[in-house]
Design a protein around this ligand. Structure first.
Ligand SMILES: [Zn+2]
Length: 252
């Protein structure tokens, strides 16, 4: 069994139905959280994911809408008796700041705190992040306002592939990450520096030859700019949908 659960789908300004973008990959042996927004414990409870089972945390970049939930997640896991070690992966830029942030909370003084192992990823294309019987994960640097990675997840038994752009302008690295993928989850914040519009996400999906495109990290509530799916369809002929909170993708 492997599945991806979208825990949040909005850009940096969430609403009642859309939390900041983050997600979980649940396999037989590992539960991987990609980014950590707001208080992730609430989202994980609602999604039916036991946060004591979390084995790995991948942090894509050090913007508050992607990492502000880290201290609360670590504290709540500790308070609920978590004892096994937790792996945290990210670029040097990201993890240096995570350690600084946790230092401000004096986490070295938390009694009986579980071990945390940091894996600093080089900023090269298709860097191996995690390899387990359920899935393999690779990262590549993308083009955002500060050092940021996108991801490719290859699910082993079913041989399906999911790619996630994270926050980025349209770029070749995401096309490579998503090459021939079954699913591309691409941001659609808008055509700003360091971000992409829905049409640009469609262009990337078309060039990568993916089957299905999910738009994520989009403006919500009064900022919702119109029909993003129709906009993306101008450039991509495959399946397109908006990612929504608690959407599950089955990769069994
Ligand atoms: Zn960002």
């Amino acid at each position: 069994m492997s599945k991806v659960i979208v825990l949040g789908s909005s850009n940096a300004v969430p609403d009642q139905k859309h939390e900041n973008t983050h997600m979980a990959i649940v396999g037989n042996e590992r539960t991987v959280i990609i980014d950590c927004a707001s208080n992730p414990v609430l989202r994980l409870q609602q999604a039916g994911v036991d946060f004591n089972n979390i084995t790995d945390l991948i942090l894509t970049h050090f913007h508050p809408d992607h990492v502000s939930g880290v201290p609360l997640l670590l504290m709540d896991m500790w308070l609920m008796g978590h004892r096994r070690s937790l792996n945290i992966y990210g670029l040097h830029h990201t993890l240096d700041r995570i350690e600084d942030m946790m230092g401000l909370y004096s986490w070295s003084d938390w009694p009986d705190f579980f071990p945390v192992v940091f894996y600093r990823l080089p900023a090269g294309e298709m860097t191996p992040v995690l390899d387990c019987p359920d899935f393999r994960i690779f990262s590549s640097p993308v083009v955002h306002l500060l050092p940021t990675i996108g991801l490719r997840v290859e699910f082993m038994p079913c041989r399906k592939v999911m790619a996630y752009s994270c926050d980025t302008e349209p770029c070749a690295q995401v096309i490579h990450l998503a090459e021939g993928a079954d699913v591309l989850i691409h941001e659609a914040s808008g055509a700003y520096r360091g971000h992409s519009s829905a049409a640009q996400a469609g262009e990337v999906a078309q060039q990568a030859g993916v089957k299905t495109l999910f738009l994520i990290h989009y403006p919500v509530e009064k900022f919702q700019p119109g029909d993003l799916v129709a906009e993306a369809h101008q450039c991509f002929q495959g399946n397109i949908a908006l990612a929504e909170d608690f959407m599950e993708l089955d990769f069994s």
